[in-house]
Design a protein around this ligand. Structure first.
Ligand code: DON
Length: 190
């Protein structure tokens, strides 16, 4: 629909992490005749002018201004984590500005908190992107943490679930694959 992520590992241990985007839902809503694919609306990832948010609420500066030949700023973060020089996590997600915080939490859930692969992906998420100045949380987010954040002065808003993380975890001679419960994601293997 807008952004798609694929995480792949083969029998030899080669890994690929790909995120590709139309940006908004169905991009520019124009299909290339005879070719069967949609054109994106990636121009929105540029900053139109300082102080004007894009469709993900991101505020840009001159550094992300529209200039011929230049590429727009992207949040896409296809990720491969190596352990002893070999792929350990292969992961990524759609979600516009939430991609960066979703991936960060995915990595922390595994590497720091040692959650299993399913919990790593499915744990409730939070998101902050500097502006608007609010912490967005999913409704499963622990109440105790929400209350603590509010006491610290944060504005906390509960939102519909976002991001759809795909994770492959390669450890102990096994590959675990998790498709996020939030979307229509799937896993397959032999
Ligand atoms: O490159 C970017 O950061 C955006 N075009 C991504 C948009 C996106 O993930 C939309 N999906 N939900």
């Amino acid at each position: 629909m807008e952004t798609t992520h694929l995480s792949v590992v083969d029998a030899e241990g080669n890994a690929v992490s790909v995120t590709t985007t139309l940006n908004g839902g169905y991009g520019s809503k124009v299909v290339v005749g005879g070719a069967g694919f949609l054109l994106n609306n990636e121009m929105d990832d540029f900053s139109v002018k300082p102080g004007a948010p894009n469709m993900y609420g991101l505020l840009g500066t001159e550094a992300n201004a529209i200039v011929p030949g230049k590429r727009m700023l992207s949040s896409m973060t296809p990720t491969i984590v190596l352990r002893n020089g070999k792929p350990y996590l292969v992961t990524g997600t759609p979600g516009g500005s939430t991609i960066i915080t979703s991936l960060f939490q995915t990595l922390v859930n595994d590497i720091v908190f040692g959650l299993d692969a399913k919990a790593t992906v499915n744990a409730p998420k939070f998101h902050h992107q500097w502006w608007p100045d609010e912490v967005r949380i999913e409704k499963e987010f622990p109440d105790s943490t929400r209350i603590a954040l509010e006491r610290m002065g944060y504005t906390v808003k509960t939102g519909a679930p976002w991001s759809r993380t795909e994770l492959l975890r390669i450890a102990d001679g096994r590959i675990e694959a998790v498709g996020d419960w939030r979307g229509d994601d799937s896993v397959a293997g032999e």
